[in-house]
Design a protein around this ligand. Structure first.
Ligand SMILES: [Ca+2]
Length: 211
């Protein structure tokens, strides 16, 4: 990416300009994960380790890129991670990390750093997973030997943290249509400055900012 485009991307990230493809033809965001209301079953993200490894869904609807591809792509260069969330009560949150990498299998460890200070989603939602392996219901790689974080969060796949509750954020949980107070930790949820909220739409995408 040339320096002009890097500058434009920076302004786009902090929300001051609309950096669309015609302005920056070499910008290519890679979709990692997407949830939303597309008539899939609530449990569409209940998948085993092989499925999380290979990827599933479609980019027009709900989608998971696959750990193998994620690891291969981020093995070279420097990548930025962008997470956007819409809650069922209508709030939007976003978090950017200027350093993002997934190591090779079978651990597929998450390495994440350089939280962008303009983000509105508290950093520990994702930073808590830094250095953690990826777990599913059939492949428990979390560090708590007494429980399965995946089973507690709707048979989801994620980089669960090591202390207390398994995760502050459950983007791969059950897709529940509800504005109720949080009681169901198997549902898609996120920890916000106003407490836990159920998520209605989520998008995780990444951009290579250095070759
Ligand atoms: Ca465990």
């Amino acid at each position: 990416m040339n320096s002009l485009c890097l500058l434009l991307v920076t302004f786009w990230i902090i929300g001051t300009i609309d950096c669309s493809k015609p302005m920056c033809p070499d910008i290519e965001w890679v979709l990692i994960q997407q949830r939303g209301q597309f008539q899939n079953s609530e449990q569409f993200f209940e998948k085993d380790f092989k499925e999380y490894e290979a990827g599933f869904g479609s980019k027009e609807k709900e989608f998971w890129i696959g750990l193998k591809k994620l690891s291969e792509l981020t093995s070279t260069g420097k990548w930025l991670l962008k997470v956007n969330i819409l809650t069922w009560t209508g709030e939007t949150y976003q978090a950017d990390f200027n350093s993002f990498k997934v190591l090779e299998g079978p651990r597929y460890e998450l390495q994440i750093a350089e939280y962008d200070r303009f983000s509105t989603l508290p950093e520990y939602n994702l930073l808590r997973s830094n250095g953690q392996a990826f777990s599913t219901y059939d492949n428990d790689q979390d560090t708590d030997k007494t429980r399965s974080c995946s089973k507690e969060t709707g048979d989801a796949g994620w980089w669960y943290g090591r202390y207390g509750s398994c995760t502050y954020i459950n983007l791969n949980g059950h897709n529940r249509n509800t504005t109720d107070d949080i009681t169901d930790l198997k549902a898609m949820y996120v920890y916000t400055p106003d407490g836990y909220k159920y998520a209605q739409e989520t998008v995780m995408q990444m951009l290579q900012i250095r070759k």
